[in-house]
Design a protein around this ligand. Structure first.
Ligand SMILES: *Cc1c(COP(=O)(O)O)cnc(C)c1O
Length: 437
């Protein structure tokens, strides 16, 4: 086994399925991230999303009000604070559970990647003359025929498949989604209803991705959205940081030395939290503190970030874990190496959460704020409490924040939920209530 910066106690906690907060010893060490992408990638993605906004507004009526921008509100919660002890700090929610079109954070990365492909194909075929042309042309028949002659493929635990399937079908691509065994039935059904081919695999996320990649590679007119290695997904996620900055400014919420921002991001393979961290660090530097949240059964990013720079991430299976969790969006056994090698110097730490805590938070969000999320999306809620652990106190000590906790703004990123069918959500609530008695 390669070197891991996890203590014996931390490794023991991982093996015994106990929640823990791991602090990243390589925070601030540029050499820890040998694959850092160019910052210009964020500008590029932001500009592309703007170019496509008029077309997206045509394709999705729910985007009319935002003129084609896919964005979620920043919420200041008042009642949740009774459940989540922030020691006088401020509590915010970034409400990606309500992100339009795909109902999860995957609307950011997944849609951006498909737009990259659509733009490339349309420019080659001269359906648009340049990137300043009117992109609404890409909703017309000629473009749809072009896209229909190309296959889009992706491997997913569910939400990425939904996002790619919805935008792929809307543009006219023939789309295949390879689903892992933990993917929910309703997600498959929803895709089939839109004419997407769903391929079911009796194996985990990594295997679904590998199968999708192999099938796609065999077809020269097929494009594979590679969740384990995709700068395009990553940059789509990174744009969220720019949008958040604008929302913080409009709400007059400062982020500076006197007002540090602590962000809690649920992590699967790492692209979404990694991209957002990359974007936030560019804007706020050392004043933003990014923590990733994972199920106790699937701490793949903890193992990936704790690994040596440039090394293959260790799978959670090596720690006797099985990725058995109701947080299907986070049920990933092995982190994306590329993401680990991009943001290893930027992530403050990673914590794990037991499923019963996810349910407790899911219930609190419903009862206190009337917010409905899926279990994966509740993982951020445990962040502020993790600062009360020994490791958390050590972190606050290092940052000179002991006794100054009221200066902290805590931001919980709720990453999915609005497409969950009512009946399915009721099951989650029942499970949550069962847990509390
Ligand atoms: C995919 C997903 C995440 C994490 O994104 P990764 O890129 O896999 O790390 C978090 N929450 C939800 C609901 C998701 O679907």
């Amino acid at each position: 086994m390669s070197l891991l910066s996890l203590s014996t106690e931390e490794q023991q906690a991982l093996r015994s399925n106990s929640p823990l907060l791991w602090l990243n010893p390589r925070l601030g060490d540029q050499n820890a991230s040998p694959s850092q992408p160019a910052l210009a990638g964020i500008d590029d993605a932001e500009a592309r999303l703007l170019r496509f906004a008029p077309l997206l507004s045509d394709l999705f009526p729910e985007l009319r009000a935002s003129e084609g921008l896919i964005e979620s509100p920043l919420l200041e919660t008042s009642f949740l604070n009774e459940t989540i002890d922030t020691k006088g700090g401020r509590l915010l929610l970034k409400a990606d559970h309500s992100l339009p079109v795909a109902g999860s954070i995957k609307a950011r990365g997944g849609i951006h990647e498909v737009l990259c492909l659509a733009e490339e194909l349309a420019l080659q075929a001269q359906l648009i003359s340049s990137t300043t042309d009117d992109y609404r042309k890409l909703g017309r028949d000629a473009a749809r025929q072009l896209f229909a002659s190309h296959n889009l493929a992706v491997g997913s635990t569910g939400n990425l498949g939904l996002s790619i399937g919805i935008i792929g079908a809307a543009l006219g691509f023939s789309t295949s989604v390879h689903m892992s065994s933990d993917a929910k039935e309703w997600k498959k059904q929803r895709l089939r209803n839109r004419g997407v081919t769903v391929v079911e695999h009796d194996a985990d996320y990594g295997a679904a991705v590998a199968a999708g990649r192999a099938q796609s590679d065999a077809n020269p007119r097929s494009y594979f959205v590679d969740d384990e290695n995709s700068p395009r997904l990553f940059m789509g996620y990174a744009v969220a940081a720019r949008r958040l900055q604008q929302q913080l400014e409009s709400a007059r919420i400062p982020v500076d030395a006197a007002h540090p921002l602590f962000v809690y991001l649920p992590a699967g393979v790492g692209g979404a939290p990694g991209g957002i961290t990359f974007g936030l660090k560019q804007l706020f530097g050392e004043h933003v503190h990014c923590f990733f949240a994972e199920p106790t059964q699937a701490p793949c990013m903890m193992l990936g970030l704790a690994g040596e720079p440039g090394s293959t991430p260790i799978p959670v299976y090596d720690f006797g874990l099985s990725i058995a969790t109701d947080a299907d969006g986070l049920a990933v056994g092995t982190a994306a190496q590329w993401v680990c090698d991009s943001v290893r110097h930027q992530v403050s730490g990673v914590y794990t959460v037991a499923d019963h805590s996810l349910y407790r938070s899911l219930l609190a969000l419903k009862e206190r704020e009337n917010i409905e999320v899926e279990p994966s999306a509740a993982a951020g809620c445990s962040g502020p409490a993790m600062l009360n652990t020994d490791a958390g106190q050590r972190y606050l000590q290092q940052q000179g924040l002991i006794g100054q906790e009221n200066r902290i703004t805590h931001l919980i990123w709720t990453t999915g939920g609005s497409l969950v069918p009512e009946q399915e959500y009721q099951h989650y609530l029942e499970q949550a209530i069962k847990n509390t008695i």
